[in-house]
Design a protein around this ligand. Structure first.
Ligand SMILES: Cc1cc2nc3c(=O)[nH]c(=O)nc-3n(C[C@H](O)[C@H](O)[C@H](O)COP(=O)(O)O)c2cc1C
Length: 133
Protein backbone atom coordinates (compact mmCIF):
# COMPACT_ATOMS: atom_id res chain seq x y z
CA UNK A 1 0.00 0.00 0.00
CA UNK A 2 1.30 3.45 -0.88
CA UNK A 3 1.95 5.73 2.11
CA UNK A 4 -0.95 8.12 1.60
CA UNK A 5 -3.34 5.16 1.22
CA UNK A 6 -2.24 3.83 4.59
CA UNK A 7 -2.92 7.22 6.15
CA UNK A 8 -6.33 7.42 4.49
CA UNK A 9 -7.24 3.88 5.55
CA UNK A 10 -6.43 4.68 9.17
CA UNK A 11 -8.67 7.77 9.18
CA UNK A 12 -11.44 5.92 7.35
CA UNK A 13 -11.40 3.00 9.81
CA UNK A 14 -11.11 5.06 12.98
CA UNK A 15 -14.15 7.15 11.90
CA UNK A 16 -13.45 10.06 14.25
CA UNK A 17 -10.29 12.12 14.31
CA UNK A 18 -9.46 15.48 15.90
CA UNK A 19 -8.53 18.43 13.72
CA UNK A 20 -6.48 21.28 15.18
CA UNK A 21 -6.24 24.68 13.54
CA UNK A 22 -4.66 28.00 14.48
CA UNK A 23 -6.76 30.99 15.54
CA UNK A 24 -4.31 33.84 16.15
CA UNK A 25 -2.26 32.48 19.05
CA UNK A 26 -5.04 30.13 20.18
CA UNK A 27 -5.11 26.47 19.05
CA UNK A 28 -8.62 25.19 18.19
CA UNK A 29 -9.52 21.51 18.00
CA UNK A 30 -12.72 19.64 17.16
CA UNK A 31 -13.90 16.18 16.12
CA UNK A 32 -14.09 15.45 12.39
CA UNK A 33 -15.02 12.35 10.44
CA UNK A 34 -14.83 13.14 6.74
CA UNK A 35 -11.99 11.67 4.69
CA UNK A 36 -11.48 10.90 1.04
CA UNK A 37 -8.62 9.82 -1.19
CA UNK A 38 -9.25 11.44 -4.57
CA UNK A 39 -6.84 12.00 -7.46
CA UNK A 40 -4.00 10.98 -5.15
CA UNK A 41 -4.86 13.64 -2.56
CA UNK A 42 -6.21 13.28 0.97
CA UNK A 43 -9.32 15.39 1.55
CA UNK A 44 -11.48 16.44 4.46
CA UNK A 45 -14.77 18.31 4.24
CA UNK A 46 -16.38 21.24 6.02
CA UNK A 47 -18.65 24.23 5.46
CA UNK A 48 -17.48 27.75 4.63
CA UNK A 49 -19.77 29.11 7.37
CA UNK A 50 -17.78 27.35 10.11
CA UNK A 51 -15.01 28.91 12.15
CA UNK A 52 -12.71 26.05 11.16
CA UNK A 53 -13.02 27.12 7.52
CA UNK A 54 -12.23 30.74 8.38
CA UNK A 55 -9.22 29.67 10.43
CA UNK A 56 -7.84 27.57 7.57
CA UNK A 57 -8.37 30.45 5.14
CA UNK A 58 -6.30 32.72 7.40
CA UNK A 59 -3.67 30.07 8.19
CA UNK A 60 -3.68 26.68 6.43
CA UNK A 61 -1.44 25.03 9.04
CA UNK A 62 -3.34 22.18 10.68
CA UNK A 63 -2.81 18.93 12.52
CA UNK A 64 -4.97 15.83 12.81
CA UNK A 65 -4.77 13.26 15.59
CA UNK A 66 -6.58 9.93 15.88
CA UNK A 67 -6.20 6.77 17.96
CA UNK A 68 -7.49 3.32 17.08
CA UNK A 69 -6.93 1.66 20.47
CA UNK A 70 -3.48 0.44 19.45
CA UNK A 71 -1.76 3.04 17.28
CA UNK A 72 -2.16 6.75 16.93
CA UNK A 73 -1.52 9.02 14.01
CA UNK A 74 -0.62 12.66 13.79
CA UNK A 75 -0.79 14.40 10.44
CA UNK A 76 0.81 17.82 10.36
CA UNK A 77 0.67 20.00 7.28
CA UNK A 78 -1.37 22.54 5.40
CA UNK A 79 -5.02 22.12 4.49
CA UNK A 80 -5.66 23.85 1.20
CA UNK A 81 -9.11 24.84 -0.06
CA UNK A 82 -9.53 22.87 -3.32
CA UNK A 83 -12.41 24.22 -5.38
CA UNK A 84 -12.78 20.95 -7.31
CA UNK A 85 -16.42 20.03 -7.89
CA UNK A 86 -15.43 16.44 -8.64
CA UNK A 87 -13.88 16.12 -5.20
CA UNK A 88 -17.03 17.52 -3.55
CA UNK A 89 -19.20 15.06 -5.49
CA UNK A 90 -16.91 12.16 -4.62
CA UNK A 91 -17.00 13.14 -0.93
CA UNK A 92 -20.82 13.10 -0.93
CA UNK A 93 -20.82 9.72 -2.73
CA UNK A 94 -18.48 8.27 -0.14
CA UNK A 95 -20.37 9.80 2.81
CA UNK A 96 -24.02 9.98 1.77
CA UNK A 97 -25.13 11.14 5.24
CA UNK A 98 -23.62 14.52 4.31
CA UNK A 99 -26.19 14.93 1.54
CA UNK A 100 -28.74 16.06 4.13
CA UNK A 101 -26.53 19.05 4.96
CA UNK A 102 -24.50 19.79 1.86
CA UNK A 103 -24.73 20.00 -1.90
CA UNK A 104 -21.69 20.37 -4.21
CA UNK A 105 -23.12 23.63 -5.57
CA UNK A 106 -24.57 25.18 -2.39
CA UNK A 107 -21.72 27.68 -2.05
CA UNK A 108 -21.04 26.38 1.46
CA UNK A 109 -19.63 22.87 1.01
CA UNK A 110 -15.87 22.90 0.91
CA UNK A 111 -13.14 20.30 0.63
CA UNK A 112 -9.56 20.80 1.75
CA UNK A 113 -6.61 18.64 0.73
CA UNK A 114 -3.34 18.18 2.54
CA UNK A 115 -0.16 19.79 1.24
CA UNK A 116 3.33 19.36 2.70
CA UNK A 117 1.97 16.73 5.06
CA UNK A 118 3.98 14.61 7.48
CA UNK A 119 2.03 11.71 9.00
CA UNK A 120 3.49 9.80 11.92
CA UNK A 121 2.16 6.49 13.18
CA UNK A 122 3.11 5.81 16.81
CA UNK A 123 2.48 3.13 19.39
CA UNK A 124 3.80 2.19 22.81
CA UNK A 125 5.61 -0.80 21.32
CA UNK A 126 6.80 -0.08 17.76
CA UNK A 127 9.18 2.53 16.39
CA UNK A 128 7.39 5.53 14.85
CA UNK A 129 6.70 5.38 11.11
CA UNK A 130 6.72 8.62 9.12
CA UNK A 131 5.00 9.13 5.79
CA UNK A 132 5.30 12.34 3.78
CA UNK A 133 2.82 13.27 1.08
C1 LIG B 1 -17.94 12.49 15.24
C2 LIG B 1 -18.02 13.85 14.61
C3 LIG B 1 -17.54 14.04 13.32
C4 LIG B 1 -17.62 15.30 12.71
N1 LIG B 1 -17.14 15.46 11.44
C5 LIG B 1 -17.17 16.69 10.87
C6 LIG B 1 -16.59 16.88 9.57
O1 LIG B 1 -16.01 15.98 8.95
N2 LIG B 1 -16.67 18.12 9.04
C7 LIG B 1 -17.25 19.18 9.70
O2 LIG B 1 -17.28 20.29 9.17
N3 LIG B 1 -17.79 19.01 10.93
C8 LIG B 1 -17.75 17.81 11.53
N4 LIG B 1 -18.25 17.65 12.78
C9 LIG B 1 -18.82 18.81 13.47
C10 LIG B 1 -17.72 19.74 13.97
O3 LIG B 1 -16.94 19.09 14.98
C11 LIG B 1 -18.35 21.04 14.55
O4 LIG B 1 -19.13 21.67 13.56
C12 LIG B 1 -17.30 22.00 15.07
O5 LIG B 1 -17.94 22.96 15.88
C13 LIG B 1 -16.53 22.70 13.95
O6 LIG B 1 -15.46 23.46 14.48
P1 LIG B 1 -15.56 25.05 14.63
O7 LIG B 1 -16.70 25.31 15.60
O8 LIG B 1 -14.25 25.49 15.15
O9 LIG B 1 -15.88 25.60 13.26
C14 LIG B 1 -18.19 16.39 13.41
C15 LIG B 1 -18.65 16.20 14.71
C16 LIG B 1 -18.57 14.95 15.30
C17 LIG B 1 -19.09 14.78 16.72
Amino acid sequence: MEGIEKVYQFLDEVKTYYLATVDGDQPRVRPFGTSLLYNGKLYIQTGKKKDVSKQLAANPKAEICAFNGEKWIRIAGELVDDDDRGARVAMLEKMPALKGMYDPDDGNMQVFCFRNAVATFSSFTDAPETICF
